[in-house]
Design a protein around this ligand. Structure first.
Ligand SMILES: Nc1ncnc2c1ncn2[C@@H]1O[C@H](COP(=O)(O)OP(=O)(O)O)[C@@H](O)[C@H]1O
Ligand SMILES: [Mg+2]
Length: 319
């Protein structure tokens, strides 16, 4: 039997930013994960923990400080800028702010066609046909094709962004808080659309949200992140039923306390504050807020260890 390699294989991904005072912001610190063909991996954690930095580092925007990103067998960290331009339509990103993700002076139809133009794919006629098909797939009326983003609603802009991401028929989407800036009433529609497209096109996704409730239904597995590190990765059902990392449990408890009619409530309900990523704590990065921390936790960084089938946790004292 030939072992197949995962669709996306991320090893030791590391991202720093300049804090402006000579220090380095440790946004992403040596994170590894895989996404299989057709799989949806949810990525959750408090605001500022490094989720968007991971998303952008996958696309080499900017290039990560260290680590490897292998997608469809190609190491993107070694690809030239020119090659990356051609590769990126294969791994599309959907951003939180759908309105500003679209060029205000570009008609919706042209925005949706852009990845095909970059890839030099198809004749103008073929492109026009695919634009209409993509608009139909995401539930955008044909009339939107010649309109500018400013006349569309937030939900329609998000649908246009999704159509643009899908037009080059990628195998994977990176969804970075795709519904966080939408009205609650529109949110469920866009989530349903993404689930539907995922099934129809067997799309893999990295689905990022600060809100555990948002990733719950769509994810096959969920990765929990804290201050630039992964705490726990588990099959979704298992993570929600029996989280093993104290931070995962705290997040779930905080989410449970929140009135379900306000699904966007912040995760600041977890006691304590997120330490500065310019000066991350020694040992386990969560130890100062952890209810079960012992001395060892402040000195020794726990490694991600397998504690069950497909379930890894980075904790000296998993629950
Ligand atoms: N362009 C940037 N310059 C400086 N610091 C940044 C930049 N982008 C992100 N950061 C910092 O990196 C950390 C991780 O940010 P981010 O990846 O946006 O987190 P999340 O998406 O989880 O909210 C935060 O401390 C943030 O302030
Ligand atoms: Mg973000």
């Amino acid at each position: 039997m030939i072992a197949t390699s995962p669709l996306l294989d991320v090893r030791d991904l590391t991202v720093f930013f300049d804090a402006g005072d000579g220090r380095k912001i440790h946004a992403v610190s040596g994170i590894s994960f895989v996404v299989e063909e057709g799989e949806v991996l949810g990525l959750v954690g408090e605001s500022g923990c490094g989720k968007s930095s991971i998303a952008r580092a996958l696309l080499q925007l900017p290039r990560p400080a260290a680590g490897r990103v292998v997608f469809e067998g190609v190491d993107w960290t070694r690809a030239s800028c020119r090659r990356l331009r051609r590769l990126r339509p294969r791994l599309q990103m959907i951003f939180q702010d759908s309105v500003s993700a679209l060029n205000p002076r570009r008609r919706i139809g042209d925005a949706i066609a852009a990845p095909l133009v970059i890839m030099k794919a198809g004749s103008p006629k073929e492109r026009a046909r695919r634009v209409l098909k993509a608009m139909h797939d995401v539930g955008l009326p044909e009339a939107c094709q010649r309109q500018l983003p400013s006349v569309l609603s937030g939900g329609q802009c998000q649908r246009a962004q999704i159509a643009r991401s899908l037009i080059a028929r990628p195998k994977m989407l990176i969804c970075d808080e795709p519904v966080s800036s939408l009205d609650v009433s529109v949110r469920a529609q866009i989530l349903n659309l993404l689930e539907d497209l995922r099934r129809r096109y067997k799309l893999a996704m990295l689905f990022i949200s600060h809100d555990l409730a948002v990733v719950k239904n769509i994810s096959d597995r969920v990765a929990v992140m804290y201050l630039g590190r992964l705490c726990e990765v588990a099959p979704a059902e298992e993570l929600y039923r029996a989280p093993r990392h104290p931070y995962s449990r705290a997040l779930l408890e905080a989410a449970a306390q929140v009135d379900t009619r306000q699904p966007a409530a912040p995760l600041s309900l977890v006691p304590g504050e997120l330490p500065s990523p310019a000066d991350p704590p020694k040992g386990c990065r969560f130890h100062a807020r952890c209810p079960v921390a012992e001395k060892q936790c402040s000195t020794t960084d726990p490694r991600l260890e397998e504690i069950g089938s497909g379930h890894v946790v980075a904790c000296h004292f998993p629950l």
